[in-house]
Design a protein around this ligand. Sequence first.
Ligand code: C2E
Ligand code: CA
Ligand code: CA
Ligand code: CA
Length: 273
Amino acid sequence: AKLAGPGAVRAFVPDMDAARRARRALEADLRQALGAGQFDVFFQPLVDVRRLAITGFEALLRWRHPARGLVSPAEFIPVAEEIGLIGEIGAWVLAEACRRAAGWPGEQTVAVNLSPAQFGVTDLAAAVDAALAASGLHPHRLELEITESVPLGDDSLAALHALKERGIRIAMDDFGTGYSSLSYLRRFPFDKIKIDQSFVRELASRPDCIKIVRSITALGASLGMTTTAEGVETAEQFAQLQAAGCDQVQGYHFGRPRPGAELVFDLGPDLRP
Ligand code: C2E
Ligand code: CA
Ligand code: CA
Ligand code: CA
């Protein structure tokens, strides 16, 4: 009787307050993170399957929180989108990623994630142009990854076409996880499809998965798009993806995301042919 009484309700309220306070603290911390220099960009190798060589890197944002340590982008990017900080943070990531890539020893590409919320910001193209101009990076070396989590409206399509005209490549990220994958492919000529890591993870346990991967690869090829498989963690997964015709692979098997100053540009001897 005690538990079901008003006491139970009172016990619940402080928890709600605690959650709200934690969220407000995260927002406040996030608002000053950029100015305080707490963001960093890590880079993970993208490996060409036929050449077995690193031909690019994906830029992945990291937040070093003074008290909490590294906070996952999966946690703070949605908050940054909600409170209207994503344009500013996204522009910083673009500039930092291009600056690093301009100093690499070869013609490796750099892939930067775009949040759908950035398309609402009309100066996306301006942020891209500013990053390219400041770094001197050739537009052909820049790739932008977008997810299918938000419908591609006419404004977004126009923005994507403007970027493509500059020679920048556009990749469809996390392919196969949303509800609109195929309509996305019909609406915009992507250069690359990134097959979501959930398909790769299930390769061993679900025999049908490789058939799906093979079909996506064939579909991409017929549309003039290359395919990249994400989340490759084992040699067995790599062998299957190679046989299925994937063009590029990415995952811990080939290298984890690392700070920009600590990049390795060659595959280890155990991974080379
Ligand atoms: P994503 O774009 O799908 O990035 C791939 C994620 O998979 C990264 O997580 C990467 O560290 C992780 N990963 C790579 N290889 C493996 C593997 O072999 N096994 C496993 N289990 N995971 C692997 P991360 O860095 O935590 O980023 C999470 C998500 O946050 C990204 O997913 C992307 O959607 C978003 N994100 C990261 N940086 C940015 C950014 O600068 N801007 C925006 N808008 N979003 C970003
Ligand atoms: Ca991505
Ligand atoms: Ca992805
Ligand atoms: Ca993802």
